[in-house]
Design a protein around this ligand. Structure first.
Ligand SMILES: NC(=O)C1=CN([C@@H]2O[C@H](COP(=O)(O)OP(=O)(O)OC[C@H]3O[C@@H](n4cnc5c(N)ncnc54)[C@H](OP(=O)(O)O)[C@@H]3O)[C@@H](O)[C@H]2O)C=CC1
Ligand SMILES: Nc1c(N[C@@H]2O[C@H](COP(=O)(O)O)[C@@H](O)[C@H]2O)[nH]c(=O)[nH]c1=O
Ligand SMILES: [Zn+2]
Length: 343
């Protein structure tokens, strides 16, 4: 199962909204097949693992280890449970159950009905952590939410205007290694979100440049369409969604997906609902303070990844306040990285 989890990580950032599953086939304590979920729409891990077995007749004595319950429904591909049954694999060891409405134990039942020997919950904690995005999306009907910001040693995320350039651009607090790590994180999530002031003051690109991989879908909050002009978010390089209260915004910018919401009601909740409808299973929220705080106050977050740089501002824009449990502390060269979890 450890090997299956290792393989499954190859799907990070490419299988979504499907889960990134890993599968290993073992015969007489030797691995005879391996697979992981292909990019979205492609074959599932079990299919790739079975296809990789040289001698298919070995399957009738083998054990399949899989990080998530095999599917039992026709999606973009046929059910994996049926393929396992077709090849007469006698033993199936499952990391954790699939909470997807169309599966939820049906894959396991199908295997058991066909006479398969099924073990459920093997290395379950690690499998739950690995499938956190998919599981949160299915169970909470919203994306897995990762908050991220960089603060000074005295708790500020931006200095006062005199310290800023005229031209909108980010004021870097974290070091270049941390910033590269953020690009890796961007490649792992399906979407990235920032508030209006962050676009106006930083003109961020919000893409993956210092790492390889796909850039996330941009999600921007812009109630009154204050962001006008040549901002990077309008460069059409990636799909962009803007939450606004303006009704007919798409008339002005045909290539942008405008979502009209009611700003007198809870904004993070409405954003989550819309992103769920759009099948976005994970999002990185990069700021600014007001945007981050509104998700914290609505209890709509799962992880907070907070860098502390070496500098102090004395005065400026205060960092958000969160109440999560410290999960991990890392040193990224001169920066400190604290990861909190909301559980
Ligand atoms: N160090 C770091 O990691 C980061 C620093 N920054 C810095 O932070 C600053 C911007 O932060 P901040 O001023 O807090 O602004 P934000 O970027 O959070 O934008 C806030 C604005 O977005 C809209 N908005 C955001 N969330 C909501 C919500 N839940 N409900 C309604 N409207 C919402 C509102 O627009 P409206 O007023 O139109 O209603 C609000 O005024 C910049 O200076 C930037 O450089 C930004 C990101 C990261
Ligand atoms: N200042 C600051 C951050 N700022 C965030 O990065 C965004 C810039 O993105 P890009 O234009 O793609 O490089 C910016 O708008 C804000 O959301 N991030 C950090 O890791 N550390 C920092 O010190
Ligand atoms: Zn499947």
């Amino acid at each position: 199962m450890k090997r299956a989890l290792q393989l499954a990580k190859n799907g990070l950032g490419v299988t979504a909204p499907n889960p990134m599953v890993g599968a290993v086939i073992v015969l007489n304590n030797r691995i005879i097949g391996e697979g992981y979920t292909s990019a979205y729409g492609g074959p599932h891990a079990e299919v790739n693992a079975i296809n990789s077995v040289k001698n298919k007749s070995d399957l009738i004595k083998a054990t399949l280890y899989v990080t998530l319950e095999p599917c039992s429904h026709y999606g973009k591909t046929p059910p994996c449970a049926d393929l396992i049954i077709k090849h007469n694999i006698p033993n199936v060891v499952i990391g954790t159950m699939d909470p997807h409405d169309k599966v939820k134990g049906k894959g396991i039942a199908r295997l058991k009905n066909a006479g398969c020997n099924v073990t459920i919950g093997f290395l379950e904690e690690a499998c739950l952590e690995h499938h956190k995005r998919f599981i949160t999306f299915q169970q909470k009907q919203r994306p897995y939410i990762i908050l991220k910001w960089a603060e000074t040693m005295d708790g500020f995320i931006a200095p006062l205007p005199p310290k800023r350039d005229e031209e909108p651009k980010p004021y870097w607090i974290s070091n270049t290694f941390s910033r590269q790590l953020v690009h890796k994180w961007r490649s792992e999530e399906q979407a990235i979100l920032v508030g209006t002031n962050t676009v106006l003051e930083d003109n961020p690109k919000l893409n993956v440049r210092d790492w390889t991989g796909k850039s996330p879908i941009r999600v921007i909050i812009d109630r009154n369409l204050k962001i006008q002009g040549n901002y990077h978010i309008y460069d059409k390089s990636v799909k962009t969604i803007i939450f606004t209260e303006v009704e007919d915004a798409s008339k002005q910018f045909a290539d942008i997906d405008f979502e009209t919401i009611d700003f007198s009601k809870n904004v993070p909740e409405q954003i989550c609902r819309t992103l769920h409808k759009k099948n976005i299973i994970s999002i990185l929220i990069e700021g600014g303070a007001q945007t981050l705080q509104s998700f914290i106050d609505s209890n709509l977050w799962d992880e907070a990844r907070i860098f502390t740089g070496q500098n102090t501002f004395g005065e400026g824009l205060k960092a958000p306040k969160s109440n999560g449990k410290l999960h991990e502390t890392l040193k990224i060269d001169s920066d400190l990285l604290n990861i909190y979890k909301n559980d």
